[in-house]
Ligand binder design. Structure first.
Ligand SMILES: NC(=O)c1ccc[n+]([C@@H]2O[C@H](COP(=O)([O-])OP(=O)(O)OC[C@H]3O[C@@H](n4cnc5c(N)ncnc54)[C@H](O)[C@@H]3O)[C@@H](O)[C@H]2O)c1
Ligand SMILES: O=C(O)C(=O)C[C@@H](O)[C@H](O)[C@H](O)COP(=O)(O)O
Ligand SMILES: [Zn+2]
Length: 355
């Protein structure tokens, strides 16, 4: 097992990564401070793993609330339903929410925990690769709005992250690949050695071999934990974790959150950001080719669908949270291991790349 510590003074927490962790309740139960627990999950994950998790809740007063499966359920309406469930359950300030699922459940349950009585404890039990390497770590919680991705939310750190890699055996292949996109992103932004390691181990990772998989999850979490510890609320460096996301989120929103997966949007978005960076003379073309090749070896898409007009995507990009005063602020790429926040990117250049 690997442990990654997210160092945030009084709100520090561990990320445990390895097999058999859901059953190992002696480890994670200490993170539950009160006696009331609401497990939030979805209709696909709960039948698979809720019973196993519940064994560790013996002796506590616990209940569960399930949302529907998919990105379209990451809504304000569902946050309200979780809050109502907390009310019916009689949750007091010492109650704890456990998010059992992928990034959709984690973001939504975490946001509900941030809202209930202005903030109660929550624990992340990520069940997708994407949630293990990214969404369960760092405390960004929230929901989508019809006008844009993650436009409502809060920073609210979990008390612990329990990444039991055994659950990945039931994860569909497309979802597994989507998680690898966020692993590649971390290496592309800030760790050239990790990028080279991913190139060397791409086939084993695509085949879900346990040892390289644990190493990849831990390396990505360690990298992200460092960024979050230095810049918890995205005043600067943390924005780099958004490489590819301005494009990717626009593609997700344009497809009404049902056409492409988040990780697929990130893969395509990173390639678009790389092309834009090349166009602006910031990044060497050879590195873009390496990025595209790695993503393709991992089974990820690297080009956007032609179904959405460039002008529509640009309109959605104008609502990105990184923008200021009508100015596009994008994460651009200086080649493998180097990303940069750039303000005032000309819309004409963005349109040219999208077209
Ligand atoms: N908060 C953050 O920092 C952060 C970071 C990255 C992504 N996100 C968000 O995460 C979301 C994407 O998360 P995701 O990719 O995990 O998607 P998801 O939560 O929709 O899960 C993907 C699919 O896998 C299913 N599933 C989950 N675990 C399973 C398992 N073990 N076995 C079988 N099926 C399983 C789910 O039911 C779902 O159908 C997006 O909303 C994205 O914006 C947030
Ligand atoms: O943790 C972060 O910071 C990230 O940006 C991680 C992203 O992978 C993730 O998709 C996040 O939800 C995006 O946040 P947003 O602020 O662009 O909504
Ligand atoms: Zn992401």
């Amino acid at each position: 097992m690997e442990t990654v510590d997210v160092d945030l003074a009084g709100r520090s927490y561990p990320v445990w990564i390895g097999p058999g962790l859901i059953a190992d309740s002696a480890r994670w139960r200490a993170a539950i401070r009160g006696r009331h627990v609401l497990v939030v999950s979805n209709t696909t994950v709960a039948p698979l793993y809720l019973d196993a998790l519940a064994k560790g809740l013996d002796g506590l007063h616990w209940s569960s609330y399930l949302i529907g499966d998919g990105e379209i359920h990451k809504t304000f309406a569902n946050v309200e339903r979780v809050l109502e469930a907390l009310g019916e359950f009689g949750a007091t300030r010492d109650a704890c929410v456990i998010a059992l699922g992928g990034g959709v459940v984690g973001d939504l349950a975490g946001f509900a925990a941030a809202c209930w009585m202005r903030g109660i404890d929550f624990i992340q039990v990520p069940t997708t690769l994407l949630a293990m390497v990214d969404s369960s770590v760092g405390g960004k919680t929230g929901v989508n709005l019809p006008v844009g991705k993650n436009l409502a939310g809060a920073f609210h750190q979990p008390r612990a992250v329990v990444a039991d890699i055994d659950v990945l055996t039931t994860l569909p292949q497309r979802e597994y690949r989507a998680g690898l996109a966020e692993v590649v992103k971390g290496a592309a932004i800030g760790d050239p050695d990790f990028f080279a390691w991913l190139e060397a181990h791409a086939d084993e990772l695509a085949a879900r071999e346990a040892a390289p998989l644990i190493e990849a999850i831990a390396r990505k979490c360690r990298y992200k934990a460092g960024v979050v510890a230095r810049d918890e609320t995205e005043q600067g460096e943390r924005a780099l974790l958004n490489l590819g996301h301005t494009f990717g989120h626009a593609l997700e929103t344009a497809g009404n959150y049902s056409e492409i997966l988040h990780g697929e949007g990130v893969a395509i978005g990173m390639v678009l950001a790389a092309h834009l960076s090349e166009r602006l003379g910031m990044s060497p073309g050879g590195d873009t080719a390496r990025l595209v090749a790695l993503l393709q070896r991992l089974g990820l898409p690297t080009e956007p669908s032609k179904a959405h007009a460039a002008s529509r995507l640009l309109e959605l990009m104008r609502l990105d949270k990184k923008n200021t005063a009508g100015t596009l602020r994008l994460i651009l790429w200086r080649g493998i291991g180097k990303a940069q926040i750039v303000s005032g990117v000309a819309e004409a250049d963005v349109l040219a790349v999208l077209a």
